[in-house]
Design a binder for this molecule. Structure first.
Ligand SMILES: [Cu+2]
Ligand SMILES: [Zn+2]
Length: 179
């Protein structure tokens, strides 16, 4: 009887361990990049944006602070170059598929960098959770790979219409997506 219980305990443990191993296999990211955003255009807006590629999807988790309360646009721009004070060194919206500017997912078209608007609370903090199969961190597809692009937070709201910028105003925070 004692032996039986021992075997039962052992096999249960083994099942639990193998479950854990399998689980970590399917959820461990293929690649992770963390980007720190610096304030620009005389603002105090900063942030931390984490990208993870898991099973071919890119998950983005952004935490921003030091913003004016209200709605702000968030885009990926062409170049991971935040050297200028106004962040214009990062170029225009990242648009490898030559689409019009628009709301993400719109059938009229949208840039691959058109993440969209988010809101900052009365303390100037805001978060964005976003995931897509239209980006990658490790693939060779230039229409998908976001490494080498910039993250830009704008002072104003993206109207999802005005070409090619969404009329979102100045660039208050910038970070380059660099591995
Ligand atoms: Cu922008
Ligand atoms: Zn755009």
């Amino acid at each position: 009887m004692k032996t039986f219980i021992l075997i039962l305990t052992l096999s249960c443990t083994l099942v639990l361990i193998s479950c854990k191993i399998n689980n970590s296999k399917t959820t461990s990211p293929e690649s992770t990049v963390t980007v720190y955003l610096n304030s620009k255009s005389g603002s105090s807006a900063v942030g931390e944006v984490k990208f993870q590629q898991i099973n071919g999807l890119v998950y983005m988790s952004a935490k921003l602070e030091g913003l004016d309360p209200g709605t702000h646009a968030f885009h990926l721009h062409e170049k991971a170059d935040c050297s200028s004070d106004d962040a214009k060194s990062s170029g225009g919206h990242w648009n490898p598929t030559a689409q019009p500017h628009g709301k993400w997912g719109s059938k009229e078209g949208y840039h691959r960098g058109d993440v969209g608007n988010f809101s900052a609370d009365e303390t100037g903090r805001g978060n964005i959770e976003f995931s897509t199969s239209e980006w990658c961190l490790t693939c060779d597809d230039p229409n998908k790979n976001i490494v080498g692009k910039a993250i830009i937070v704008h002072q104003g709201v993206d109207d999802y219409r005005t070409q090619p910028t969404g009329d979102a105003g100045g660039r208050v925070s910038c970070g380059g997506i660099i591995e």
